[in-house]
Write a protein that binds this ligand. Structure first.
Ligand SMILES: [Zn+2]
Ligand SMILES: [Zn+2]
Length: 239
């Protein structure tokens, strides 16, 4: 598909990619085969839709990318609602981003930076009950969403087989290597000394010299951006 073969209207976009952070969106932009910079003037949005869209092509698929105005359920559900209002033919919406807090697989093996995580069910994290000392999530798994995609579920099942998973791994490495050569990707794998994982019950904060950090459950703003070495974190608490 070249410039002339672009969709003639916004109703012909079937794939959307949603990102919460600019950093994530930038990686998605760099992975596209083509970005149509003049497209926002061509594909007008539905009246009242405040989302900003970037249009392009991934392989033979026209794709629309939306970056959320911020993180959280309210921002994402609002943006998704406007997206489906402007683009009525979206069949696949991918939420693509950096995963913040899944250190282990169910079998206990580490998930490390660089691993790719694909979900196969939806879990309502904000649905549960507040107890005096904790929030307990209801074990509600939305594995039967209204519009369950047969194609996607079959694909995920396929990828679980060793043969297909190896093929996926090989392809993904090819794409990652291409992506890392892109001059607009300004990221690199951290050195072992800067990528430290502390036990979850241990708080990364000033240990000893700071009034705010000396209070239980409290951390000062400076500590959030300081290294463990600067703060005096206990090396024995490293995992
Ligand atoms: Zn402090
Ligand atoms: Zn620390």
């Amino acid at each position: 598909m070249n410039g002339q073969d672009r969709p003639s209207s916004r109703d012909q976009f079937g794939i959307a990619i949603i990102c919460a952070l600019t950093l994530e969106a930038n990686a998605v932009f760099c992975s596209l085969d083509e970005i149509w910079h003049d497209a926002p003037q061509i594909y007008s949005k539905a009246p009242g839709d405040p989302n900003q869209y970037v249009f392009g092509r991934s392989g033979r698929h026209p794709v629309v990318v939306v970056t959320l105005p911020g993180m959280g359920n309210v921002q994402s559900s609002g943006a998704a609602a406007y997206l489906s209002m402007s683009f009525v033919s979206i069949e696949l919406a991918l939420l693509v981003g950096i995963c913040g807090a899944v250190p282990y697989r169910p079998d206990g093996k580490d998930i490390i930076l660089g691993d790719v995580v694909m979900s196969e069910v939806l879990v309502r994290l904000d649905f549960g009950r507040q107890y005096p000392n904790e929030f307990r999530r209801k074990d509600t798994i939305l594995d039967r969403p209204a519009k369950q995609s047969h194609v996607i579920l079959s694909l995920l099942k396929n990828w679980q087989s060793p043969v297909m998973s190896q093929q996926l791994h090989t392809k993904m490495m090819e794409h990652l290597i291409t992506l890392m050569c892109n001059p607009y990707i300004d990221t690199e794998y951290p050195t072992p000394s800067s990528d430290l994982l502390l036990a979850s019950e241990y708080i990364h904060k000033h240990h000893g010299v700071c009034f705010e950090c000396s209070q239980a459950e409290s951390t000062c703003a400076t500590a959030l951006n300081a290294s463990c070495e600067e703060l005096g974190c206990d090396p024995h608490m490293l995992i």
